[in-house]
Write a protein that binds this ligand. Structure first.
Ligand code: GLA
Length: 381
């Protein structure tokens, strides 16, 4: 049974009637452009064929009865009391979205709902961004309001900043809301302009989950963000997006070694995103692969957000026949890596990487070929 069917079935079983709305928001994998989003830079994620669904039916009061299939849990809360600290932790993201909508002046009626998905949680594929976006889709439909996909994405970012306390960039929510089937999305994180870039016919995107759950992410992420802001300030620019590599070299003396390396990652990564987009458009897959490999080295050595497990799976992937290139994806410190692999070599690639990684780390990874999917939406049933 698909997750979507499981969510619909649970709704019918638990509430005894049919839902009237079904919203969906996908996870994302980032092909390249890591940690550049909060530097006003460029990113190239794709929405993936794994998503969060929520089925719902409005009620006549201001109460929400929410059942989670992923957490095998349920909770009931009032729309006037969304930040009650005694409510279960798993319901924070859905409550955050409703809180944002209410703050924006949208009056959401109470509702019964079932939420569930197949994006692995805490693996760096943006399951939390998908929950934020799916709840914004649902809340708007319930309130009879509409917003652009960019506005929905920015709403999800506000939930992270103001309700959750995570100073993330815009990439994850933008990918979830604006993804295009068969395409990656080039996002200019300053202007928020997007361009769909076709995933080449001859290659597959393989996600490699290291099975090492992310640690340290919150504190280290905030620390990286601060370092980038300090570096930009010292260089006299609004954001590191405004610096070129020659300018950075020239101003090297103004930064200590750590700040210099952080800045070098951001500046060189922005370049690699542009190279990757041009190479994808020209079907120059070796060039794409080279950029992915260089991105990993830069994240590992200059930005220092990789870990032994990510390095191991990336090294193993990079030596397989038919692999153009691989790198860690997402915030880092565990979670997933991504590889671009020749279609004919995928089966052999998946068969070889798993056992080699297990023998090196003792962990069982999960590898799957993913399809670039369409962004979020809601349907009336
Ligand atoms: C997390 C954040 C994103 C982005 C990535 C790193 O996924 O939510 O905004 O900064 O890390 O590229």
């Amino acid at each position: 049974m698909t997750v979507k069917d499981a969510v619909l079935k649970t709704f019918a079983e638990r509430f005894g009637n049919a839902p009237t709305l079904l919203a969906r928001a996908p996870g994302r994998v980032n092909l390249i452009g890591e940690h550049t989003d909060y530097n006003d830079g460029f990113v190239l994620p794709a929405a993936i064929d794994r998503a969060v669904y929520v089925a719902a039916r409005p009620r006549a009061d201001r109460t929400v009865h929410l059942i989670s299939t992923d957490f095998s849990a349920e909770t009931t809360f009032a729309l006037d009391d969304l930040d009650d600290p005694d409510l279960p932790a798993w319901s924070r993201y859905p409550r955050g979205s409703l809180w944002w909508l209410e703050n924006q002046g949208h009056t959401v009626p109470g509702f019964d709902a079932v939420i569930g998905g197949d994006i692995p949680i805490g693996a760096g594929l943006s399951s939390s961004a998908a929950v934020e976006v799916v709840m914004i889709e649902l809340g708007l439909a319930l309130a009879g309001a509409s917003l652009s996909q960019v506005e929905k994405a920015l709403g999800g970012v506000e939930v992270e900043h103001q309700f959750i306390g995570m100073p993330c960039g815009v990439m994850d929510q933008m990918a979830s809301a604006l993804g295009r089937a068969g395409h990656a999305l080039l996002i200019d994180c300053r202007s928020l302009e997007t361009q769909a870039v076709p995933v080449p016919q001859g290659a597959s995107i393989v996600i490699m989950d290291t099975a090492r759950r992310r640690g340290l992410v919150d504190s280290e992420y905030a620390a990286r963000r601060e370092q980038c802001e300090t570096a930009a300030e010292k260089l006299g620019v609004e954001a590191l997006r405004d610096v070129t590599l020659p300018q950075l070299e020239e101003a090297k003396a103004q930064l200590d070694d750590v700040l210099y390396r952080r800045a070098r990652h951001i500046v060189s990564e922005n370049l690699r995103v542009r190279v990757t987009v041009m190479a994808l458009r020209g079907n120059a897959l070796k060039t794409v692969g080279q950029a992915l490999r260089e991105s990993h080295v830069s994240l590992r050595d200059d930005y220092e957000v990789s870990c032994a497990e990510l390095d191991a799976i990336v090294d193993i992937a990079n030596t397989q026949p038919g692999c153009y290139g691989a790198r860690m994806t997402g915030a880092g410190f565990g979670g997933c890596a991504v590889a671009l692999v020749q279609n004919e070599a995928v089966e052999q690639f998946v068969a070889a990487v798993g056992p080699a990684y297990t023998s090196k780390t003792g962990l069982t990874p999960h590898l799957y070929v993913c399809q670039a999917a369409e962004g979020s939406g809601v349907e009336r049933l």
